[in-house]
Design a protein. Structure first.
Lengths: 246, 179
């Protein structure tokens, strides 16, 4: 092992992240090379310094209380209703849940209903042969620039293969009377469409989920953009992808 | 792991409130401000709660820290706009082993204020990697998942962050370009 190699791998060595072979080679080199030995010492001094007690910021007094209060306020009504009825027949819980669903449906405007329906149609159309992607690539650095010049906005594109959601490609689509970006992901054999377009409006709104014709939809707004996820993938895993996209 | 009769919020709190210090520490080092860090932590916990169904068990701290990190960067974009960041410029000749000076480093880093200022002087992504690696003891793979970059990038950020920290402590920091 040369000094150049050793310098490159020193951080990995000190962090215990080298494979056994490299680790042994490094130990041998360090035993023979004083300069690299000192470089290793320097790294260890830095590490110990960053890890020192005074560098760690513990939560200030009162923060825990405030966080708990924020969570209590965020607890959905449905949860509190269910809790009161725990121990009573399951049918009552079903009625409570169904009631909440009806409430949720009644709260939706006709415009929202139409938008949901459109997203489902776009999704279903895209599943037909040859209609899924205009740009087939799992490389986010290829897909993102492809959109520029075709859309008046630049969608964020990330491949989540390490987390089990592989980027399949991108496509132009048309929703709510405007061109939108569609990013296609795959989870096992399930295809997922992420539609996104500029939608100025208040940020920090709740993430909403619904099921329509057997498809799960999750939508939210963030930084002036609207996002719609749709798939036949189960809601739990789809929420996972939604979480990654935040 | 589900405790019978436990409310969802109770379960969530049981799993995630123990990581409050870790959440605050990361937020504090990213926003560099106590008040802002608290805002970020509250927002992050709220988002974590909304996505609680997506949590599959396993390391709650890493899952939460990923959310804290994203919340902090979103928050910084929203509230600080384009920050002027001093970019570390690679030395022309690459790292020089002969220049390593552990004794002086140990001396300088024993000054708590100087040490804190030095870490604050490190670029955000590098600083983040150092915090997650050194203070939280996370593996390269875990840091890669939190930061959503490949492991190679994590290694590179750590190396550059450490180099920058060393330079700031020794006072040998080269003039960086503003961007």
């Amino acid at each position: 092992m040369t000094c150049q190699d050793a310098q490159r791998l020193l951080g990995g060595y000190v962090d215990g992240e080298l494979d056994l072979l490299k680790q042994l080679e490094m130990e041998q080199h360090l035993a023979e090379c004083a300069a690299c030995g000192r470089a290793r010492e320097a790294l260890e001094v830095l590490g110990a310094a960053v890890r020192s007690e005074g560098m760690y910021h513990r939560a200030p007094a009162g923060l825990e209380q405030r966080v708990r209060q924020t969570l209590r306020k965020a607890e959905p009504r449905r949860e509190r209703v269910s809790r009161r009825w725990i121990g009573i027949a399951a049918s009552v819980t079903v009625v409570a849940v169904a009631g909440w669903s009806v409430w949720a449906l009644l709260m939706r405007s006709p415009a929202e209903e139409r938008l949901s329906a459109e997203v489902v149609s776009s999704h279903v159309r895209s599943l037909m042969p040859g209609h899924l992607t205009d740009m087939l690539s799992s490389d986010q650095h290829t897909v993102k620039p492809w959109f520029s010049g075709k859309l008046d906005f630049s969608p964020a594109v990330t491949d989540f293969s390490p987390q089990g959601f592989a980027l399949v490609g991108g496509r132009l689509d048309y929703v709510d009377g405007r061109p939108v970006a569609a990013l296609v992901y795959r989870r096992r054999q399930h295809l997922i469409n992420l539609f996104t377009w500029p939608a100025p409006g208040p940020a920090g709104q709740a993430i909403e989920a619904e099921t329509r014709h057997g498809y799960h939809l999750i939508r939210w707004r963030k930084a002036g953009m609207a996002y719609w996820l749709i798939s036949d993938l189960n809601e739990k895993e789809l929420r996972e992808l939604a979480g990654l996209l935040q | 792991m589900h405790v019978l009769g436990e409310r969802k919020s109770e379960q969530f709190e049981r799993i995630f409130v123990p990581h409050l210090d870790a959440a605050y520490n990361l937020a504090r080092w990213l926003t560099q401000n106590e008040h802002d860090a608290q805002d970020v932590v509250q927002e992050a916990y709220l988002r974590a709660y909304r996505f609680f169904d997506a949590f599959r068990g396993g390391d709650g701290r890493a899952w939460l820290l990923a959310i804290v990190r994203n919340t902090a960067y979103t928050w910084l974009e929203r509230n600080r706009g384009r920050e002027v960041i001093t970019v570390f410029e690679e030395e022309v000749h690459g790292p020089d082993p002969a220049a390593a000076d552990p004794e002086t480093l140990a001396l300088r880093s024993s000054d708590a204020q100087q040490l804190r200022q030095a870490l604050e002087g490190v670029q955000a992504e590098f600083r983040e990697a150092l915090v997650l690696r050194e203070m939280e003891g996370l593996s390269y793979k875990e840091i890669a998942e939190i930061a959503k970059v490949p492991v190679g990038t994590v290694m590179s950020r750590l190396a550059r962050g450490r180099k920058r920290l060393e330079q700031l402590l020794l006072g040998t920091a080269s003039k960086g370009a503003e961007r």
